[in-house]
Each structure stands twice: as C-alpha cells, then as structure tokens.
Design a protein around this ligand. Structure first.
Ligand code: TYM
Length: 334
C-alpha cells in the first residue's frame, strides 16, 4: 500500500518548540521519504475556543509559513486550510452522529481544556476529536505524524473508522490510520514545570520557546528553565524522576538528532548551566533560519495564498470520493 500522510495544526497563537520537534520535524521526514503528504491548518478546530477573525486569518497564514520555513516543500507536499474544504465539516457531522458520547467522555484533552468550567465549554470543544477523525479519514490517510498528546485522539479515530466499516459500509471503506509518533521529543514539557506539556496556550511565555523568539529571548528562557539541585544525569538511572532534567536532555537530543543517552554521555556530571548554554546555542542555530524564512514568507502573503490555493484544490479533489462514498452509504442525496 502506498503511504498517504495527513497531519494538521491549529492556527492558535505562535507555534512553539513542541510543535516543531513533536510533529513538524516528522512531517518533513515523511515528505523526504517520498510519501504523498497533506498538511492542514485546522481553523475550524481553532474556533472551539473564542477567536478574533482577523487574527485567526493571519495565524492561519503564519502556520502555513511555519510549515514551509521548517522544510515542507509545496512542490512535494500539499498545504491546505481546513475551512476551504467543506467536506471536513460534512463528514464530521456524520461521524458525530455515529460516535457514542461515552467514547468522547474518555478524552483527557477535553477534561484538561474545559477544566472546572465544563458547562461553559462549547459543544465544539467536546466533539473536537470527531472533527479530527474526519480530517484524517477523509483522505484515507495511512500515517499521521503527531506528538504524544494526540495519541488518544488517534485511537478514537481508529475506533470510529473500524465501527463505520463494520456497521455501515460493511466493507473496508475507511483506511485505518497508524499514528507516527517518534523521536526524542514526542512530548516536550514546559520549561517551568516538567509535569506540564509545553503549549502555545499556556499563560506564561517563559514556559515555551516560540518559533518566532529571537536569540536573546531563547537564551533567557533556557537560562531561567527550572532544573533540580543535582548535576546533569549521566544515565537513565540517574535521570529517573527528574522530569525537568529529562526535558532539557530530550530537547537537546531532538535538536541535534542524537539520543538522550548520547546527550547524557556528553553532559553527565556537568552543571546544568553548561547544558543550558549549549542548548541555547543549538536552538538558536536551528530555529533562527526558520524564523527568518517565516518572516520572509509573511512579507509576501500573495505567494503564500497561492500555495494554499493549490493545496486547497488538491485537498478538495482528494476528499470528494470519500465524502461521496459516505453519502451513498448513509442514504443521502448527492
Ligand atoms: P496542536 O495544534 O495542539 O499541535 C500540533 C502538533 O504539535 C504537537 N505538539 C507537541 N508535540 C510534542 N510536545 C509538545 N509539547 C507538543 N505540543 C503540541 C501535537 O501533538 C500536534 O501533532 N488536534 C490537533 C490538530 C489536529 C490534527 C488533525 C492532527 C486536528 N486535526 C488531524 C493530526 C491529524 C492539535 O490540536 O494539535
């Protein structure tokens, strides 16, 4: 079977290091393997929490610019915007009607995002993973590169697909997608709290490295990153239970394309300040070309919009047969 890759990011706030190391790096890897790749900017997902329309439109472009700046080549892969492909919302409605609420009640991300204000959270936030399933199944994706936090949503997607195939299509209609979660930084943690995921929506900017941060800001954030009173661990046994240390080691390993073990070999027994300085230099070297390329792309939004138009046309074309198949199976008029 030929590989079909699909993955997406929400255009909310600036992309951060976790988005880059947990997902984007693997988008590029899969593209370079020659697979057919579609990378979406999911603006329909973004409105599950309030958005300013002007800022949303700009953030959608910025996310597309980040894809390209990080190595997605529009000549090899397609970059599309979810709202330009109506089939996402159409398929999501059908899947909403076929997904038991009990399955959604298990989703930890809804619980985290809705927090104590569950009654005020939107219905969209609750059914968000079903729209995500639609994104993936619409393109018959075989592999979905994501960070570790999306694993549960991928499992739900597989359950929805299997159930649809069994009970409605009565044949292998949807491809059952495989998660592609790999590398040394599948879950980058906050720089201030090793138990919390690094996130673009966390309140304090000091918890994350944004792809748009300059060298000084990156250095300052790593300098102030939380560590413990010991030295850098030299091996896995010494690193046990030391979430903040492991996080910095994982980031270093991912940025330098080595393993955590290799980093612990190099820095084990040294002061954390040594690791932090090396980490800042490495992050600046890796991220600054991406930041400047992003800025260039954002200076020419006409070119960016052209790239998105090509991606949107292709996405609509690929989505059509799946949606038509679902319409037929469900007994709709098409
Ligand atoms: P989003 O926009 O929150 O994040 C985009 C991608 O970045 C990964 N990621 C991380 N990886 C490692 N460490 C972190 N701290 C970190 N933070 C974010 C995420 O795992 C994700 O791969 N629901 C998705 C968007 C989505 C989607 C899809 C993804 C909608 N439809 C279809 C794949 C396929 C989300 O909110 O990602």
């Amino acid at each position: 079977m030929t590989k079909r890759i699909l993955s997406c990011m929400q255009p909310t706030n600036k992309l951060q290091l976790g988005n880059y190391l947990g997902a984007l790096v693997n988008y590029v890897k899969l593209q370079e393997e020659g697979a057919e790749c579609l990378y979406g900017v999911v603006d329909l997902h973004a409105i599950t929490v309030p958005q300013d329309p002007q800022i949303l439109r700009q953030s959608t472009r910025e996310t597309a610019a980040a894809y390209i700046a990080a190595g997605i080549d529009p000549k090899k892969s397609f970059i599309f915007t979810q709202s330009a492909v109506p089939a996402h919302a159409q398929l999501a409605w059908v899947l909403n009607c076929l997904t038991p609420m009990g399955w959604l009640n298990r989703m930890t991300q809804f619980k985290e995002k809705a927090g104590k204000k569950k009654d005020q959270a939107s219905l969209g936030l609750y059914s968000y993973p079903v729209l995500m399933a639609a994104d993936i199944l619409l393109y018959q994706a075989t592999h979905v590169p994501v960070g570790d936090d999306q694993k549960q949503h991928l499992e739900l997607t597989r359950d929805i697909a299997i159930s649809f195939n069994q009970h409605h299509a009565k044949r292998e209609f949807f491809t059952i997608p495989e998660p592609f979660i790999t590398g040394e930084a599948t879950r980058v943690m906050s720089l201030r709290d090793g138990t919390q995921k690094m996130s673009k929506s966390a309140e304090s900017d000091m918890t994350r490295i944004n792809l748009t941060d300059d060298a000084d800001m990156i250095a300052q954030k790593f300098k102030k990153a939380k560590t413990d009173a010991g030295m850098v661990p030299a091996n896995a046994a010494e690193a046990q239970g030391r979430a903040e240390a492991l996080n910095l080691i994982g980031i270093y390993a991912a940025l330098s394309d080595t393993s955590k073990d290799a980093v612990m070999n190099e820095f084990g027994g040294k002061q954390f300040s040594d690791l932090k300085t090396a980490l800042s230099d490495l992050a600046v070297a890796k991220l600054s070309p991406i930041t400047s390329r992003m800025n260039e792309l954002m200076d020419d939004t006409a070119e960016l919009d052209k790239i998105l138009k090509v991606g949107n046309d292709r996405a609509n074309e690929l989505a059509e047969p799946t949606l038509n198949g679902v319409m037929e199976i469900m007994g709709f008029w098409s």
